[in-house]
Design a protein around this ligand. Structure first.
Ligand SMILES: [Zn+2]
Length: 337
């Protein structure tokens, strides 16, 4: 998280330093004027660069050149929605963070979050997603210009810290089944996507159906985010039968706080997101999640997330059906006023 965030910050610092330098050279106190740069096909102002696309170039190369981070290629693609990025074409490279909240003239951006559990070639329950259908969904996201973001980018968006791609979507997988590694991961990799996994620690490595800590470490290295889904996956919203208030509070602390400590240690990270088991919570559960040091709490309440959504009531859509029409209807990235 910190790495991506600091790249982003560095990119803009780099750009603004360059612009200050240009202003000094030009000897003007106002905004930097627009004009051709010597020996280059590039024009630039304080807000944007006009670039003539060269053979062999990609938006990622331009992002690295002008923004200091190839991962910001989406900013260039979003700014040139109709561009094919062919040689000699003029493209705009925005140099400033525009519209962090994604508010438009007639509505605002919202982030849909898809929630999966198990994957298999053939499935026996609605919590299992067949591999071929999952691949069709990923292909749909790719061909329709959606970009999969991680938990850190979502948090930045909810905290009004940074803009994210217009068609940002998040993929989450709950419970820590081995099939997320064996089946889903190779498909995600094929399409250049990552996912955020929510694991309950008692289940990690317990059987051939469960993901292992080593596999989680590998996913992390590949850019996946690992969040907590408690220790034992019990309903945290109410005491169990025969459980008194004291025992209930001890259980909440263990499931919420201790699970974070276990994951932090095993994966050498600061776990930022907690997914309430079954999506169930009450004010005590939410308050303990904050105290534990999480920065987001994920539900399975249906809907998309605007920047002003409560980070501890993040909405997610469980993808239980195989119908592509229903799937595409979940991908609501803009809400009209
Ligand atoms: Zn679960």
């Amino acid at each position: 998280m910190a790495l991506y965030g600091s790249h982003y910050g560095r990119a803009y610092r780099g750009v603004s330093l360059a612009l200050i330098g240009m202003a000094v050279l030009a000897g003007c106190a106002g905004p930097v004027g627009i004009g051709p740069l010597p020996g280059s096909t590039v024009y630039r102002s304080s807000e944007r660069v006009l670039h003539r696309f060269q053979p062999g170039e990609t938006p990622a190369m331009l992002a690295a050149k002008y923004l200091g981070d190839a991962g910001l290629a989406w900013m260039i693609e979003d700014a040139n929605p109709k561009a094919a990025f062919t040689p000699q074409q003029l493209v705009v490279v925005p140099l400033t963070i525009a519209n962090r909240a994604g508010i438009g003239e007639n509505g605002y951006q919202s982030v849909p979050i898809l929630c999966y559990h198990r994957f298999a070639k053939t499935c026996d329950s609605s919590l299992c997603m067949p591999a071929d259908i999952f691949e069709r969904q990923l292909r749909y996201l790719k061909t329709n210009g959606y970009r999969v973001i991680g938990a850190d980018a979502l948090l930045d968006f909810l905290q009004y810290r940074r803009a994210i791609p217009k068609k940002a979507v998040m993929i989450t997988m709950d419970d820590g089944y081995r099939s997320t590694f064996d089946v889903a991961y190779p498909l995600l990799k094929k399409y250049g996507f990552t996912a955020t996994l929510f694991i309950y620690t008692d289940y990690v490595g317990v059987s051939r159906q469960a993901i292992t800590w080593d596999q989680l470490r590998e996913l992390k290295r590949e850019g996946f985010t690992i969040g907590s889904h408690s220790i034992a996956h019990s309903d945290l919203s109410k005491p169990k039968n025969g459980e008194d208030r004291h025992a209930y509070m001890i259980r909440l602390q263990r499931e919420i706080i201790h699970s974070k400590q276990i994951i932090d240690k095993a994966l050498n990270q600061d776990t930022i997101a907690f997914a309430y088991p079954f999506g169930r919570r009450n004010p005590a559960v939410v308050s303990l999640s904050r105290q534990a040091g999480y920065q987001m709490g994920m539900t399975v309440d249906r809907g998309s997330n605007p920047f002003f959504a409560d980070p501890f009531t993040v909405r997610r859509d469980q993808i239980l059906k195989r119908d592509m029409g229903l799937f595409s209807a979940r991908l609501k990235t803009f809400t009209k006023f």
